[in-house]
Design a protein around this ligand. Structure first.
Ligand code: FES
Ligand code: FES
Length: 217
């Protein structure tokens, strides 16, 4: 009975022990916090910049850019070519599509410093209101845009899609990669699937691209 009592721990004992432990650990912390004055806030490292030269829509452009600058931001913010749109900034919508050395890319996923010496084509280089590219004219004729926000990327992609088919580059839906490649509706849909139109003008976009492919045939 006496031994049982020796080991009996009451709720009050636990509370007292807990308070003592907290005090024992809190005091050294306070002392050490006072003993060591906070260091002055470190200045953020200066941005590393690089001088880049490339051609945009046939004109040579030179800029000194933060190495983290995307090609999309270089075009829109540094060169004021705002025709290329920023939709998601994550490679998911295709609004930022431009052509680099004849191939389409999502410019939001590419750093400007990677494009030294490259030839870049944006929607501004494809046509103007007074001199429309056939693809632009077809988008208008078929009402292939509604809010129009995705349209520059759609048009850049659409032109690249027809070039890819002409060059015999297969897609995921190409059944026979040895046969002559045709711009079928399935091929166009598949190849345009990286360009999202939130207005859902897909049927009209397909009609516009089909019309241009037939007139090129
Ligand atoms: S902004 Fe580049 S893919 Fe959406
Ligand atoms: S026309 Fe509006 S998102 Fe494509």
């Amino acid at each position: 009975m006496a031994q049982e009592k020796a080991f009996a721990v009451t709720r009050r004992d636990v509370v007292v022990a807990g308070a003592a432990t907290a005090a024992a650990t809190a005091v050294p912390f306070r002392v050490s916090a006072q003993a060591t004055p906070p260091a002055a806030a470190a200045a953020p490292p200066a941005a590393t910049t690089t001088s880049i030269g490339f051609t945009v829509n046939g004109a040579e452009r030179q800029l000194t850019a933060d190495n983290r600058l995307t090609l999309l931001d270089a075009l829109r913010e540094s060169l004021q070519l705002t025709g290329t749109k920023k939709g998601c900034d994550h490679g998911q919508c295709g609004a930022c599509t431009v052509m680099v050395n004849g191939r389409r890319i999502n410019s939001c996923l590419s750093l400007a410093v990677m494009h030294e010496g490259d030839e870049i084509e944006t929607i501004e280089g494809i046509g103007t209101p007074d001199d429309l590219d056939p693809m632009q004219a077809a988008f208008i004729a078929h009402d292939g845009y509604q809010c129009g926000y995705c349209t520059p990327g759609q048009i850049c992609s659409a032109k690249a899609v027809l070039d890819e088919i002409k060059a015999g580059i297969p897609s995921h839906v190409t059944a026979d990669i040895t046969a002559e490649m045709r711009p079928t509706a399935d091929e166009i849909r598949e190849r345009m699937s990286g360009n999202i139109c939130r207005c859902g003008a897909y049927a009209n976009i397909l009609a516009a691209i089909t019309e241009v492919s037939e007139s090129n045939a």
